[in-house]
Design a protein around this ligand. Sequence first.
Ligand code: SOE
Length: 379
Amino acid sequence: MPELRAAVIGAGFVGRAHIEALRRLGIPITGVLGSSPARGQETCQSLGLPRAYGTLQELASDPGVDVVHVCTPNHLHYEQARALLCAGKHVMCEKPLAMDTKQSAALIELARTQGRVGGVAYNLRYYPLCQEARSLIARGVIGEPRLVHGGFLQDWLFYPTDWNWRLEPQLGGDLRAVSDIGTHWLDLTTWLTGHRISELCADLATVIPVRQRPRGRSETFQGTVGAGDPVSISTDDYASVLLRFEGGLRGVMTVSQVSAGRKALLEFEINGSEGSLAFDSESPNQLWLGRRNEANRILLKDPSLMSSESRGYANYPGGHTEGYPDTFLNLFRDFYSYLRSGDDSRAPSFPTFQTGHDELILCEAIARSARNQQWVSVE
Ligand code: SOE
C-alpha cells in the first residue's frame, strides 16, 4: 500500500502534539487547516509544513490526503469528521468525538457505510506502563479486579481569570472536566480491567461560578492576562462519580481543573483479589505493584522487563524516560498500521469511534445522574 499521507485541522496545543508524533513516525503531512487562513499560514511557516489549507472543503477535496486529524474545539468535531468521511478520508478525532451520542452514532454509521476508519485520541492508554498494566491484569497478576479508584486533577483553570473555549457550553459541551479529562480516566479503566460501567452516581460542581472572559485569544494551558468581561459559568470544574462495573468491580473517579499544584495528574489504583497496581502520570515511568504477603514493588519502564504484548510501546530502553508526547506516537503507530493492513476484519487495538460513542454515553449518564441526584443505569 502506498504511504498514507496525513493532514491536521487545528494547530493549537494538541494539534501540534499530533504533528510532532506524525513526524516522528515518518508519516508525510500534506498541510494544516488553521482556525483562519492567517493562523494556518503562521503554523506552516513555524513548523515547516508544505501547505496551509484555506477551507475544510479544500482539504477534504485534496486527493493527496488519506487521513485527517481533527484537533479543533469540540463543537466542530462532528461536522468536520462527517465532511471528511464523506470525502473518503480516514479520521483520527480528538476527544470527545462529538457533542452528544446522536452525533457520535451518526459518525459510526457513516464511517461504516463509507468504508473508512475512525479513531479517537484517548492517547493516555499509550503510556508504556499503562500498556504493561493491562498486560499484567490480563495475565491475572493481581487476580480479579475488585476496586478501581483515582482520577485526573489539573489547575490550569484555577483562577477566575483563566479562560478557555471549554468554559463555553456551546463550544465545549454541557460537561467540561468530565468530558475533557474524566473520559480519559473512564476509557483507561474500562480498557485496563476489561469491564464496562453498568451504573453510576455523579456529583458535579461549578466551583468558580463567574469567570473573566479575556478580550483576546486564549489557548489551552496558557494563562490569560489583560482585562476581561464577567461571564456566568455552568460547566463542571469538579466531579466525583461512584461507579459499578459489570462483574462486581466497584470504583470512584474524581476530576478537577481547579486543584492547585496538580498540572495534569492522571492516576489510578486497581485492587484485585491477588494484589494491586497503581500508576500516576506525574511519574509515568513507574508502575507500583502491591502485595499483602510480600514486599511491594516498583517497576521502572524497561522494555526488557515488560510483557511481550506491551514492550513494543516502550520506544527507548530502560532508564530513558518516556511521557506524554510518546503516547501520541504509540497511538498513531497502532492506527496507521491498522490502516495499512487493510484488514478491517481485525479488531482495532486503538480507541475507535465506538469508543468515543461509549464515552459520550457515560457523559450523558453522568449528567442525568447529577441532575436527578440519583444512581442511573448506563444504557
Ligand atoms: C486539557 O484539559 C487537556 O489538554 C485535555 O484536553 C487533554 O485531553 C489532556 O490529555 C491534557 O489536558
